[in-house]
Design a protein around this ligand. Structure first.
Ligand SMILES: *Cc1c(COP(=O)(O)O)cnc(C)c1O
Length: 394
């Protein structure tokens, strides 16, 4: 073990089972390790490094802002925060944005918005008081974050066991089960539905168009809040700017993070007209949220996700599928855009280990190998990585 690895083992909380790779620098899709190896990074920091390492456009936007105003607190206006919120609204049709620092925080905001929307409505109709509906329906195998509330939202029991009691008011139903969704929406305590259009951590599972359309219809008919968790799927990852756009629905709230930051921590909760004024002074806040450096970098990301760029993401996706589908040791491919799940005959963890030996960094999601490469990975680098992955799956 290297000295850095030993120091890390000794002093950093053992929250992660790290691979024996120490990354010292990177350029584009390539990561350089302390022992002089070059890896093709097909995980991009779990979908964060949307334009790879040390992308010159993003670095320029960030460093220009860093040397100007690095932070002000939310007591004052700054240009990057305002302009990023405007860009996100212009590109989606949302009305307002709240900024936090992570995916989990973006989801915390969405959950508060859904609960307060229900409370405001209840209080207007019930001057005598009482309890507004508060249950939020989420899906089995979902992943919404690591805070106690977003863990409660996460439909994977093994994350829950040692941390009870979790925040109450979440109900999990099977993905793509329209009857279960309708029955849950009909319960008197339900106030919202929260879904990932493509479940990331849960195994790169794509929701059916019919199910997402029903989630939209059922919530609209009952004046509930539809939240789409786009923390992983957003910002071009699935080949649409946001994954919900590929489903032809209009949500009430979307949350995003990961690729929006392109390497710096940011989370955003986008609210459509129905709920855009739910948050009022004192209802929510964040010290770092809307940080001008993170926002300047994120704005540069959003500006580059043009229709032409997204078409290229879809072309790269089609190329990956073409090369992997039906290959030896591969049982199936799932996902959308550059969010790809590979069902392998060998255990996914073994394939990932072999890939590392071959100079390619991949991820897992449940029992699948997961790929989240930089959105602009050059075609020839992508093909080199696929050669290694194909060999490792055999
Ligand atoms: C990663 C992820 C989160 C949590 O984001 P953090 O930034 O780690 O808090 C939430 N939802 C989804 C869908 C994710 O993929």
């Amino acid at each position: 073990m290297s000295e850095i690895a030993q120091t890390d083992e000794a002093y950093v909380a053992h929250a992660y089972a790290r691979f024996p790779v120490e990354i010292v620098s990177g350029k584009g899709a390539l990561a350089l390790s302390a022992d002089g190896r070059t890896y093709i990074d097909m995980g991009a920091g779990i979908g964060v490094n949307a334009f790879g390492y040390a992308d010159p456009v993003w670095c320029q936007a960030v460093s220009d802002q860093l040397g100007t105003v690095q932070h002000t607190s939310n007591l004052y206006f700054t240009e990057p925060c305002a302009m990023l919120a405007k860009a996100l609204c212009d590109r989606t049709g949302a009305g307002k944005v709240f900024f936090g620092n992570s995916g989990a925080e973006a989801n915390e905001c969405a959950i508060k918005v859904a609960r307060k929307y229900a409370s405001d409505k209840w209080n207007a109709a019930h001057p005598e008081g009482g309890q507004a509906p508060s249950t939020i329906i989420t899906l089995e195998n979902s992943f919404h974050g690591r805070t106690l509330t977003t863990l409660a939202a996460t439909g994977q029991d093994h994350f829950h066991e040692l941390f009870k009691p979790l925040t109450p008011g979440f109900m999990h139903i099977p993905a793509n089960d329209i009857a279960a969704l309708e029955a849950a929406c009909d319960l008197p305590d339900t106030c919202a539905v929260m879904i990932e259009c493509v479940q990331g951590e849960g195994g790169v599972n794509v929701l059916s168009e019919e199910f997402v359309a029903c989630a939209s219809q059922f919530t609209r008919e009952r004046d509930m809040v539809l939240i789409i968790d786009e923390v992983q799927t957003g910002n071009g990852r699935t080949g649409d700017l946001y994954a919900y756009m590929g489903y032809g629905i209009e949500p009430d709230v979307i949350t995003t993070a990961k690729g929006l930051g392109a390497g710096l921590p940011i989370g955003a909760c986008l609210m459509w007209s129905k709920v855009e004024d739910v948050i009022q002074p004192g209802d929510h806040g964040s010290t770092f949220g809307g940080n001008p450096v993170c926002c300047a970098g994120a704005l540069s990301v959003i500006e580059r996700l043009t229709d032409e760029f997204l078409a290229d993401v879809r072309a790269k996706s089609a190329h990956i599928r073409e090369r992997l589908e039906g290959a030896e040791g591969i049982e199936g491919i799932s996902g959308a855009g550059l969010m790809i799940g590979i069902s392998t005959v060998k255990p996914a963890a073994d394939v990932v280990k072999t890939c590392i030996d071959g100079g390619v960094l991949c991820l897992t999601a449940k029992n699948k190998v997961r790929l989240l490469p930089p959105l602009n990975i050059p075609d020839e680098v992508l093909d080199q990585a696929l050669d290694v992955i194909l060999e490792a799956c055999k």
